[in-house]
Design a binder for this molecule. Sequence first.
Ligand code: NAP
Length: 263
Amino acid sequence: MPEITLNAPALFDLSGRVALVTGAGSGIGQRIAMGLAQSGADVALIDRRTDGGLAETANFIAGTGRRSVEIAADVTSQTALSDAVQRAEAELGSLRLAVNAAGIANAAPCEEMDEAQYQTLMDINMKGVWLSCRAEARAMLAHGKGGSIVNIASMSGVIVNRGLNQVHYNASKAGVIHMSKSMAMEWVDRGIRVNSISPGYTATPMNTRPEMVHQTKEFESQTPMQRMASVDEMVGPAIFLLSDAASYCTGVDLLVDGGFCCW
Ligand code: NAP
C-alpha cells in the first residue's frame, strides 16, 4: 500500500493565508472574519459602516494574534474595491481568500415598490458581489497562487419566504448563486474556486428591521430545527469552503438553513 499522507485537521488550517471579508462590520461577515482569524488567516475588513463595527472585528482579531486592516468602502464602487484589495495586499500579502457578505434587505409589495428601492438593493446585493469578486480575482490571477471565494447568498435565492414581500431581494440572491457558479466555471482552470453559502434565518441586525421583528417566532416555527441560526453557525461552512478541505468543491451552493428547504 502506498504511504498515506492524509492530515485531516491540517485541511482546515488557514495559517499564512490572507483573506478579505466584505460586510465585516456586522452580523455574518463580522463573525466569519473573526473565525478566519482564529483559523490562522490575516484579514482585510471591509464595510461601509463607520459606527465601530470594523474596530470591534479588528480588536477581536488582534486578540487572536493575527493581523487585520480596517477599510471603510462601499461595495458598489469599483474604485473603492480595487483600492481596498491593493491596500489589503500591501499591508497583509497576496490575497488568497475572500468572503463577500455585504448586503441589505428590505421589503415592499411588488406592485408598490419604486424603482429606486429595487435598484439600490440590486446594486449592493448583486452588482456589489460581482464587483467584489472581480477585484479579488484580478489580484488572485495576477499573483498566480490561486484563491477561494465564498459569496453569501441566501435560501431566499432558492425559495420564496412566506409572508415577506421582497421580489428584489429574492431575485438578487438567486443571482448571487448563479453568478457564483458562472464565475467558478470561468476560473476553474486558473486555480480560483468560487462557492456560495445560502443561510436560512439568522439572528443578525438585518433581522431587527421593522417588517421582521414580529415574524421571528413564525420563522422559527417554519424552520425544521425550530430556531434561527446564530452567526457562529455560518463560520464552519465558510472555513470549510475556503480551505483545502474543499479543494474539489467549486460552483457549490451550500444551504445552511436548519433544514428549511427540505420542507
Ligand atoms: P448585517 O448585520 O446588516 O451585515 C451586513 C453588513 O454589510 C452591514 O455592516 C452593512 O452596513 C454592510 N453593507 C451593506 N451594504 C454595503 C455596501 N454597499 N458596502 C459595504 N458594506 C455594506 O446583515 P447580515 O444578516 O449579517 O447579512 C450578511 C449577508 O447575509 C447579506 O448578504 C444577507 O443578505 C445575507 N443573509 C442574511 C440572512 C439573515 O437572516 N440575517 C439570511 C440569509 C442571507 P449597513 O448596516 O450600513 O447596511
